[in-house]
Design a protein around this ligand. Structure first.
Ligand SMILES: [Zn+2]
Length: 237
């Protein structure tokens, strides 16, 4: 299923349900719901979340900077011959890593930076750092599409939200939105394996990605969600 559909369906249904339950929806709650709707697909090489974490232009800028630094280190008297060549080659070679590798490297560096210098944004720095580390380490379509993923993410939000004003709503919003993503994926041809190593698979095959019927079912789900959101937040007030 498309990232944008997940964003609309998971976030829309979560916020509507919470509104009906009488929860006070704050900006952090909405943000966590939106983030959690995309989080399971973070192990996809081109996931919406990963792409927006390190956009392509940033990657290009970084590559040019690295090449520039390599040339500078070669000519400047920073290190004696032949170490200037070694240093220049080392820095320069990072610039030519494949896009995915470079992106992962940048995300890990940002995570380290967040933990080291982001204590002013507690607990968001820890949450953001965990997401970036998960994104770089989790294998392709691995643990994120399981019930362990739901439990882990919900527990992380629960711990991070302790002592925050709207903290108790954070893990509800995040857990629900994340779980709805998995539910939506279980309707697809690909399905999910919720409890590995148990081979049990959830796959309703209602929509096969790329087919006309699959696209139609996805469109219907998005439309129904938008109707629910309008009903809840515009008509229901
Ligand atoms: Zn997914």
């Amino acid at each position: 299923m498309m990232g944008k559909s997940h964003l609309v369906i998971s976030t829309g249904v979560t916020l509507s349900a919470m509104q009906w339950a009488g929860c006070h929806l704050t900006v952090p709650v909405v943000a966590v719901a939106a983030l959690s709707s995309l989080l399971p697909d973070i192990d996809e090489p081109n996931s919406l979340l990963v792409r927006s974490a390190v956009p392509a232009f940033l990657l290009r800028t970084l590559q040019l900077t690295l090449i520039g630094a390599a040339i500078f280190l070669y000519f400047a008297d920073v290190a004696p011959y032949p170490w200037n060549i070694v240093l220049a080659l080392l820095i320069g070679s990072v610039a030519f890593l494949p896009g995915r590798r470079l992106r992962k490297l940048v995300m890990l560096l940002i995570a380290v930076g967040l933990v080291a210098f982001g204590s002013a944004y507690d607990p968001w720095n820890a949450i953001a750092a965990s997401i970036l580390v998960i994104a770089t380490l989790v294998p392709h379509r691995g643990l994120t599409h399981t019930l362990y993923g739901v439990a882990g993410w919900t527990a992380l939000l629960y711990i991070a939200g302790k002592g925050m004003e709207s903290g108790s709503l954070l893990w509800i919003a995040g857990g629900l939105s994340y779980a709805l993503h998995l539910l939506a994926d279980s309707l697809t041809q690909r399905g999910i394996t919720p409890l590995p190593p148990l081979p049990f698979k959830l796959r309703l095959k209602l929509m096969s990605t790329g087919t006309k019927k699959g696209g139609a079912v996805e469109g219907v789900c998005v439309t129904l969600t938008l109707l629910l959101v309008v009903l809840t937040f515009v008509v229901g007030r």
